[in-house]
Design a protein around this ligand. Sequence first.
Ligand SMILES: [Zn+2]
Length: 237
Amino acid sequence: MWNAIKRKRHARHPEPEEPQVRDEPKAAAEAADIVCDRCKRSVLQDDSDGWNVVLDKGYAVGFLCPDCQTAEENAEAEVHEATLDYGAGQMDEDGRVRWPQKGSSHSIAVGGHGAMRENKAIHLLVSLEPPVLHVAVGPQSDARLSALFENEVCRKAVHEEMSRKGAEPGTRDLAYLVDSDMDATEVWVVEDQAMAVGGAGAHKLLVICSPDIDPYLLGTFAPEYADSMREAIHAQR
Ligand SMILES: [Zn+2]
């Protein structure tokens, strides 16, 4: 049944044709026509490696090609690369692009999910689309699962959404499963029966994650749960 769940999920969220580009100029190129401030060369005529974004109050206000950067600006580019989350650029209404700091606190969106409505074995579905953490719950969710989250605001939001949907606390223990087919930005919590392995009735909830789980996603879980996920990943290797 777990495979059926996954197939359904992939059908619902088809994988992008190309992996998401996380480096600075290409992510920016999607949002704006990028031209070097000094030599006016377009990023499209160039191997985009090494371009720097010129920031003002976090907004991109210009770009510099590698040839036009001073050593200092080149160093700045390295710092940007290390500190900004280029996968999460957002354009405001004026067309200005800004990137959040890596590891900055994510906002949270709680709600439901089609897969959960169809399959009552799914208790919780967490996915990270920087800078937003999405948490889907349903009336079948074990209400104690709100305690999984490290952040108080997050925990409260999940708890309230569960209450709203009529979820009640259960009595199951958690077990951890590492699945290399999982997206690194998703964590699912399902009934062990859904796995159709080890027989029914173990009465556990399985926390399923990728061995390559996004560290920022892992960081949204309370330390004891994050540690258990790390241990499960470590044990698999
Ligand atoms: Zn230039």
